[in-house]
Design a protein around this ligand. Sequence first.
Ligand code: PRP
Length: 217
Amino acid sequence: MAELKRDYEHENVTIIDHPLVARDLSILRKKETSTAGFRAAMARIATILAYYALKGLPLRTTRIETPVTETEGFEIDTSIFVIPILRAGLSLADAIIDFVPDAHVGHLGMYRDETTHKPVDYYSNIPDGIDQGLTLVVDPMLATGGSADDAISYLKKHGAKNILFISLICAPEGLKRINSTHPDVPIITAAVDEKLNEDAFIVPGLGDAGDRFFGTA
Ligand code: PRP
């Protein structure tokens, strides 16, 4: 029986341990996977990440009527804000919106400069009311952590308090950075990889998630 590796332990990091995640992550990692195959595997794994990320949602009770009798029902007791970091974050956003169709969606446009490896901001649109709900920041790759760090700081400046970061693959370097700059932000991920290479790409990783998801490689 194959065993999943658990090289990074931190109370703020949850690594999803599920055979479908292991299978789909392998499809995403394989360099010969087509754009269509990549999108399909990302959609499946995003659903599992979203399911785990939403596990702690607060509920309020309500009275409902079944065809037989009146009984207790439940409603989600918070507003939800989904913030994909463009572009690649879009690949994880729909799975959350499918579960929470009335979620507010904001966008943060950032790309990583190829030479400095530092994030460059080019767009932001943050919904009102973010100070009063649960904010889910999504980006499949946490490499140096620069983009996530900037995104979370920006959202905090806009009042976000209850923030969760959802990622597909993390490098230990990026995790350490977010754990130290934003110790209040839990991270949900499918894998913690070995390291960053000299180009600040995650190893073994899957290459550039945005390019592979959008077919722009
Ligand atoms: C990638 C990825 C993250 C960032 C991670 O985006 O989707 O946003 O780099 O790197 P970091 O942790 O070192 O900041 P990219 O710059 O490739 O932009 P894209 O999503 O438009 O492809």
